[in-house]
Ligand binder design. Structure first.
Ligand code: ATP
Length: 363
């Protein structure tokens, strides 16, 4: 990456017998909102702490603007990175909390005040500068913490589950706010979360981690629409995963037949041959359902029995047993005229490019 701010080259970390991070390699661009996403224990925090310099890698190199800083302690690194801490100083006003970093740098009082007020405006807290942290809501405290970190004008801000303590509604609102502040200030954000929706909503790129390994790196759309491993497909969003036997390879596609008209069509994976079994996936919102055969030119279509209908407010889930396995279709509830009863014979279908191939069935 030409303008990489942070580069990891085969970075690993062992704690005794635990391999917390295994040979991770990736670059983070200047000004990027980069998220490490994965379940608890996958090595996100350890990776972030190695980037910050709080943890020494067991192997590999970390570069900041091309310079090897693997063994350089955090305060001696050429790039100013800030770890965001949620805990505020309880006895200080909001203004003093935000200005704290400038005070350490001996910035004159008038300028500290001016810059802190400016930063409070960026995080939409103007007017609350004289309050104490305990007089603020959780969401407001989080914004103060953000302002306190950003006032130092870091090249990168490192954030470890900063919204974890907040309720769902507030989290969603602050996600948008964080994204806005990030693009307004142009600061590189390196963000850690286990919440896939959060990662999709905010990130320029996401690294999905699993057992210390980066499984896939891509834009939210790439990760969601074209997962390249079963783990990524399953962890990010909901999914229909099916095991299918290839009947024919036709050009760039493979066809798996079920009865007279049923078929699953997928892009031909490397090494595809007739008779081999593969795991494929399709997102439930891509699956159309109806009482008539669904016509998708060159796409997949299956018939089956409707086993379950789950009403979820904004959408309804339809669970259909087909000869290829259970297929779930999500339909938005603003679509008129779909009234299906359990036990009904139904047809599902989806376009060819909505099938992802996750790998051979044995993997
Ligand atoms: P979480 O979301 O739960 O914080 P994580 O993805 O951030 O998880 P890490 O905190 O990086 O995961 O931990 C990765 C693995 O390394 C875990 O198995 C953890 O128990 C182990 N680990 C982390 N820090 C230490 C340490 N200081 N000593 C020993 N083992 C550790």
């Amino acid at each position: 990456m030409a303008d990489a701010l942070i580069t990891l080259e085969a970075v690993s970390k062992r704690f005794g017998t635990v391999e917390a991070v295994r040979a991770s390699s990736f670059s983070i661009a200047d000004g990027e909102f980069f998220t490490m996403l994965g379940p608890s224990g996958c090595g996100k925090t350890t990776t972030l702490r190695m980037i910050a310099g709080f943890e020494l890698p067991s192997g590999g190199r970390i570069l900041l603007r091309g310079e090897d800083v693997t063994e350089v302690p955090p305060n001696r690194r050429p790039v100013n990175m800030v770890f965001q801490h949620y805990a505020l100083f309880p006895h200080m006003s909001v203004l003093d909390n935000v200005a704290f970093g400038l005070k350490l740098k001996k910035v004159p009082k008038q300028e500290r005040r001016r810059r802190a007020l400016e930063m409070l405006e960026v995080v939409a807290l103007d007017g609350l500068e004289q309050r104490k942290p305990q007089q603020l809501s959780g969401g407001q405290q989080q914004r103060v913490a953000l302002a306190r970190a950003l006032i130092n004008n870091p090249a990168a801000l490192l954030l470890d589950e900063p919204l974890g303590a907040l309720d769902v509604k507030l989290r969603r609102a602050l996600q948008l706010e964080l994204k806005r502040v990030q693009s307004e200030t142009g600061t590189t954000f390196v963000y850690v979360t286990h919440d896939q929706e959060e990662a999709l909503a905010m990130s320029d790129r996401i690294a999905v981690m699993n057992h210390g390994v980066v499984d896939q790196i891509g834009t939210p759309r790439e990760i969601y629409e074209h997962p390249t491993t079963p783990f990524v497909a399953d962890f990010v969003g909901s999914l229909n995963a099916l095991e299918v036997v290839i009947d024919e390879v036709v050009g760039d596609s493979v066809v798996c037949r079920f009865g007279e008209v049923g078929r699953v069509v997928a892009p031909a994976p490397h090494g595809a041959s007739s008779g081999s079994t593969w795991r494929i996936a399709v997102r439930p919102e891509r699956v159309t359902i109806g009482t008539e055969q669904v016509a998708f030119d060159g796409g997949s279509r299956l018939s089956g029995t409707l086993q379950q209908v789950v009403y979820l407010g904004m959408l309804t889930q339809y669970h259909v047993d087909t000869p290829a396995g259970r297929v779930v279709s999500h339909r938005m509830n603003d679509e008129a005229g779909l009234s299906l009863e359990t036990g009904a014979e139904v047809h599902v279908g989806w376009a060819a490019d909505h099938t992802s191939v996750l790998g051979p069935a044995s993997s």
